[in-house]
Design a protein around this ligand. Sequence first.
Ligand code: CDP
Length: 224
Amino acid sequence: MSKQRIAVAVDGPAGAGKSSISKVVAKKLGYLYIDTGAMYRAVTWAVLQKGITPTDEAAVTALLPTLTLRLEPTDEAFTVFVNGDDVTEAIRSQAVNQAVSQIASIKAVRQFLVAQQRAMATSGGVILDGRDIGSVVLPKAELKIYLTASVDARAKRRWLETKDKETISLEDIKASVMARDEMDTNRKESPLVCVPEAIVVNSDNLTFDETVERMIQLITDAEK
Ligand code: CDP
């Protein structure tokens, strides 16, 4: 009998490699990959583009019904659209990095996005990555993985990814990663947590390919 494809929740702190790893794992297994962080980033982009102050919760909340988000799978990953505008590159900017954790702490934003994430995850064979997937979005996921690494390793990887696109020092990236972790862990609404049933994967001493292999192993073991 063929194995049952499952729902996989991948959570962890900023820059742990959740999206780059999950993307490759999903492709290799033929799973659907949903980057929930890209959705919080897309809302943040729209807030900034409208000139709304990220701490103005009423204005952010009022903007939500006007936003249509779409993640369109491509060969490489996916293209992110907000009301038809391709924001795939723009949502990775430093301006979005700085405001996203504030936007993600707003209850109305979370309700708006979690509903869409659950609707996208109804079929078997999905990997969702974020902060609250195992705890809130898919509490019944058959497999929960907490992907982490030391803050220095995470900052260094993020810096290597961005240094050709934006001029920013390793120290500034590290400060931004730590600030996001702090907000994501301590917020009232759906904070980042490692649920007790999650399998912790620390990638400090693993290469990218080794981390991919480890995740594939965990998923194939969890498929019934
Ligand atoms: O990839 P990186 O670790 O930089 O972060 P991301 O997954 O793109 O998420 C960006 C931000 O969105 C996080 O710092 C959180 O503030 C927020 N987020 C969240 O609150 N809940 C999620 N499920 C996913 C992201």
